[in-house]
Design a binder for this molecule. Structure first.
Ligand code: ATP
Ligand code: MG
Length: 158
């Protein structure tokens, strides 16, 4: 059956409310209704969201903001994004960021922990659902990762 995307995102935000409070990060959810109905593997989609949110928490300093958004794109698909006001990613690294084991600047990454697999796994899962994933980032300003999910029923075009 179709997933209630809003409900799924509310639960993700709930899971991350404690780690965000501990780091004094402001966590927001912004859903624009109506959202299209989508079919997703709930465990896999939770894994995608947990990856994106844990990156956002890891790479955003205290006092920052993380915003989870969902909306319907003009092509009928759902778009989910996770934005942060964190340390950002240099332009030269952006093209490779979805590769397995790719991590920006070994020194900063080592101090943060992790293996460099989170984003590559997120990409595989999103693509397996027929969606696309992308990233926008400005070094020392913040990062947005967004992905799309195709709607259950294709739109009727007249
Ligand atoms: P893992 O997810 O396996 O624990 P990781 O977080 O290092 O390790 P990815 O999630 O694949 O690996 O991210 C790859 C690299 O991209 C990170 O090492 C980090 O340098 C950079 N990165 C990812 N998300 C963000 C973000 N929101 N802000 C800044 N840098 C990020
Ligand atoms: Mg990660």
């Amino acid at each position: 059956k179709p997933t209630d995307l809003r409900r799924m995102l509310e639960k993700v935000v709930e899971r991350f409310s404690v780690p965000c409070q501990q780091k004094e990060i402001n966590l927001k959810l912004h859903v624009i209704e109506p959202l299209p109905r989508v079919y997703v593997d709930r465990d896999q989609m939770d894994q995608v969201m947990d990856n994106l949110l844990s990156n956002a928490v890891k790479y955003t300093p205290e006092g920052g903001t993380i915003t989870v958004r969902a909306r319907r794109r003009s092509d009928g698909s759902a778009e989910v994004s996770v934005s942060d006001t964190g340390i950002g990613i240099p332009k030269k690294d952006l093209a490779r960021i979805f590769e397995r084991f790719y991590r920006v600047d070994k020194a900063r990454s080592r101090s943060m922990g992790g293996t460099g697999l989170g984003l590559s796994i997120a990409k595989e899962i999103v693509q397996a659902h027929g969606g696309q994933i992308g990233i926008d980032s400005e070094y020392q300003r913040g990062t947005t990762v967004y992905f799309s999910l195709p709607p259950c029923e294709p739109e009727v075009v007249r």
